[in-house]
Design a protein around this ligand. Sequence first.
Ligand SMILES: Nc1ncnc2c1ncn2[C@@H]1O[C@H](COP(=O)(O)OP(=O)(O)OP(=O)(O)O)[C@@H](O)[C@H]1O
Ligand SMILES: CC(=O)N[C@H]1[C@@H]2OC[C@@H](O2)[C@@H](O)[C@@H]1O[C@H](C)C(=O)O
Length: 388
Amino acid sequence: MPDDMVRGALGLMSGTSLDGVDVAYLMTDGKRVRAFGPTGYRPFAAAERKILRAALDDANDLVDRTARPGALAEAEAIVTRASAEAVEAWQIANRAWLAVEGGRSGAPAPPPVDVVGFHGQTVLHRPEARLTVQLGDGRALAERLGLPVVYDFRAADVAAGGQGAPLVPVFHRALARDVDRPQPLAILNLGGVANVTAIDGDADPVACDVGPGNALIDDFVTDRTGAAMDAGGKLAAAGRVDEDAVRRLLGMHFFTLPPPKSLDRNAFKVAAKVHGGLARASLEDGAATLTAFTAAAVARVVPHLKRPPKSWIVAGGGAHNPTLLRMLAERLAPARVETAERAGWSSDHMEAQAFAFLAVRALDRLPLSYPSTTGVPVPMTGGVVARP
Ligand SMILES: Nc1ncnc2c1ncn2[C@@H]1O[C@H](COP(=O)(O)OP(=O)(O)OP(=O)(O)O)[C@@H](O)[C@H]1O
Ligand SMILES: CC(=O)N[C@H]1[C@@H]2OC[C@@H](O2)[C@@H](O)[C@@H]1O[C@H](C)C(=O)O
């Protein structure tokens, strides 16, 4: 098989917010994106979410990444089933689109989906202990779908001493090739955790997790009101930022470290309670302070980079929060800050697209991570391939 073969790939991502499985189609040779395709979403039901939360707790004591005690076995079955359903619903919804795309190069038509990239659900990430666990049975998924599935993307990197995250940088680099923005260009993902990729010419991308994304804001708002998030950043917009608290939080050791580095979703949970003065803060002031902390943590990575980025493109759920975007623009000035949509990309589907892209690279044994993205000793491929 020529290694620049263009394949159709579906990526599946279930992020730290435990909301559901995103699915996205990509046509790619693993180097450039040839075309984006339709996307889909399969939410977790409340009962499923409950089991996934229990699995997060039960994963805390894991020392063997293959063990599935407590709720972990049931949670893994849920992730696998939800992912299969996400693909099957996507195939049904896009039958007409696939027929047209599949026939685009004449008969015999290439199979429209050649491979599925299955991230699974991270329940534990402790790279310093060489431990990272993503729930999801790739073999069972391959059998059920009748398609090759690439899964367990982070294991090889962590086993080699890397951070195992972030893995999107190689996809960010491919995206950056097709946009005209002044470099260095930073691509920021604001999920539960925030991560950044800095692209500067032909050098390998420099990347790391930078701090809390939306997780602290979500948790605080949920504790106080029961709502899942500060929708539209409305609460934060009405509050006053406690700059002293932001400074105290930025004093944490993590922020002094240069990239590469990665984070567990709950890395700042305790610190935010202790140093953020949140117990005494009003709902609005607490949301404003945590939103400012997220923005300030992003800006704090700049001194660790060789050159400050001239432009920032923001993706992930946080790109829907105008207050967070405003605070980012203030703290990153004079750099230009814009959303992924402005660049012609998708804030909500970038991670699923990334795992479609990574699956194709894994099939061709191309590197998924680099010393500058996860700290692996040499560029490394990864992922496990399950064939039906
Ligand atoms: N309209 C909105 N207003 C404010 N915040 C929003 C909005 N939409 C999404 N978000 C935020 O984005 C979060 C979800 O982001 P995303 O889907 O990128 O996270 P994830 O993929 O689960 O996390 P990760 O990338 O860390 O795995 C929500 O929990 C919320 O905080
Ligand atoms: C261990 C793990 O699953 N980490 C996620 C999480 O969510 C965002 C951030 O933390 C990032 O490091 C990573 O996901 C993205 C997709 C990545 O690997 O690039």
